[in-house]
Ligand binder design. Structure first.
Ligand code: ADP
Length: 483
């Protein structure tokens, strides 16, 4: 309804403006016509006055002058002869009282005709015209006046009729706007607004019903078309998303199958050899005479060793499959590095490989699971020692990176390196290049999982025959200042 009110206000203002302009132009036209009429009257008598003999002229109320003036129209407009000057008797002075004659130049110096609106001696609004003529050296003028009452009446009539038309048209418009505006504008607009709110909520279902052939009807059709397209697009997106999810599921399933296959193959490979040994030795025990106890004991020891190897493989596999939950605590990374090196020292000494550490002087604080990180470091150092030749050095370096506040732990060896063909596979479970019994191929995959659980990154740089560097990045924590 606010829109309807605006329309009405606009309409009423337009009518008032047009009426005001019409009234103004009527006034101007009326004055122009009056002036023209005055000029015509003056033009008809001026030659006659000018032809009067000069010596008769100075006498006030000259008979000939009176006669000539009377011959002109003397009702409406009214024509008079007036003398201009100081000693003129009142009845021969201009009838104009307001503005004062002198103020508008009505004196003996008047040289050209003037027209103006003013008041006569009775105070009636009148339109005056003065046409100056000099007779016998004295300045006079033909005064022609028309009452202004008629123009006022006309103007009042104009305004009255305008007010009446504004009122009647306004009332009619209000009625029409109330009835038709609601039907043609308000109700379709309400439906459109409702529809747009539905679209905003992502509901493109119901169609908009606007039974009109105007612009709003067109808009309704456009909105319906837009909804149809959006519905189509929504359907396409849904179908594509479902297809994508299905494809992802398939991929995941295939990936799971691949991993299970790899695990099974790796497990079969790892366990196959010791099982062969066990069954071989068992058969040998059967074939050995019971008096040959030494031989039986030798076979039994071999069976025991191989069984232990199998259980070790199974333990590692279980470690990999269901890693125990991470128990992170703030700790010093230097400690876990030193403890891991201590644990592995017998192996390094056996292989005659030296271990050098480069650790910061202050505490290297981070949130980590001590046991799991010990496993990580022992695995990395074990691999590095394994790849090195006797007399070579394995370095373990811990440094804080200042740009992103992370710790970098590097395990560096100068051993055989990893060939290009294996680089992608070293983190895969059961990938190993070590001899049967020497490695399970689970170490690096376990390391990778633990580092990820700690929001860390592990990467490997390697060069065949030059060595390998494994780098672990781990978020650092700040030391709490004492209260
Ligand atoms: P495993 O040590 O039981 O073989 P890992 O998962 O620890 O299992 O290692 C997988 C493979 O990655 C190893 O067999 C070896 O070929 C390669 N590898 C790991 N670390 C190194 C290293 N420092 N230098 C050379 N090769 C390495």
């Amino acid at each position: 309804m606010r829109l309807a009110l605006k329309f009405i206000l606009l309409f009423v203002s337009a009518v008032v403006l047009v009426t005001a302009f019409a009234s103004y132009f009527t006034n101007v036209q009326f004055l122009r016509n009056t002036q023209k009429q005055h000029a015509e009257i003056a033009a008809s008598i001026t030659p006659k006055i000018k032809s009067l003999p000069g010596e008769d002229s100075p006498q006030f109320g000259n008979n000939d002058l009176e006669r000539i003036i009377r011959s002109a129209r003397n009702d409406i407009p009214r024509t008079r002869w007036v003398w201009l000057g100081n000693e003129v008797p009142t009845h021969l002075q201009p009838t104009l009282t307001k503005p004062k004659p002198n103020d508008c130049g009505l004196n003996e110096n008047l040289s050209h005709s003037i027209s103006l609106a003013g008041e006569n001696r009775q105070g009636t609004p009148t339109y005056f015209s003065y046409f100056p003529i000099k007779i016998g050296g004295q300045q006079g003028a033909i005064e022609i006046s028309s009452p202004l009452a008629s123009i006022r009446t006309q103007s009042t009539l104009n305004w009255k009729s305008s007010v009446y038309s504004v009122l009647s048209i306004g009332l009619l418009t209000i009625g029409l706007v109330m009835i038709l505006g609601v039907r043609w504008i308000a109700s379709p607009l309400q439906k459109l607004t409702h529809k747009m709110e539905q679209v905003g909520r992502g509901d493109f279902s119901s169609n908009l019903q606007l039974h009109s052939n105007d612009e709003l009807g067109e808009l309704g059709k456009a909105v319906n078309l837009m909804c149809d397209r959006l519905r189509e697009q929504q359907r396409t997106i849904e179908t594509e998303t479902n297809q994508r999810i299905a494809a992802l599921e398939q991929l995941r399933h295939a990936d799971r199958l691949k991993t299970v296959g790899q695990l099974a193959a790796g497990f079969a490979h790892e366990v196959g050899t010791p099982l062969n040994v066990i069954s071989g030795r068992a058969e040998m025990i059967f074939g050995t005479h019971e008096s040959n106890r030494d031989q039986i004991e030798k076979h039994a020891r071999a069976i025991k060793d191989e069984s232990e190897r199998i259980s070790q493989i199974i333990r590692k596999l279980l470690d990999f499959a269901r890693r125990s939950p991470v128990k992170k605590e703030q700790g010093d990374l230097r400690e876990v590095i030193q403890r891991s090196i201590e644990m592995i020292r017998p192996l390094t000494e056996k292989k005659e490989v030296l271990i050098r550490t480069d650790l910061p002087a202050k505490k290297a604080l981070a949130h980590f699971d001590f046991n799991q990180f010990q496993q990580v470091l022992m695995n990395l150092v074990d691999n590095a020692v394994d790849a090195s030749q006797p007399g070579q050095t394995v370095e373990v370096i811990l440094k804080k990176r200042t740009n992103d506040n992370r710790w970098a732990i590097q395990v560096i060896d100068h051993g055989k390196g990893i060939p290009e063909s294996s680089r992608k596979e070293i983190f895969q479970p059961f990938f190993t290049t070590k001899d049967v019994g020497a490695g399970t191929g689970l170490g690096l995959s376990i390391v990778h999982g633990i580092v990820e659980d700690h929001d860390g990154i592990i990467n490997c740089q390697t060069e065949v025959d030059l060595g390998t560097t494994f780098t672990i990045e781990l978020p650092a924590t700040e030391m709490k200042s004492p209260p």
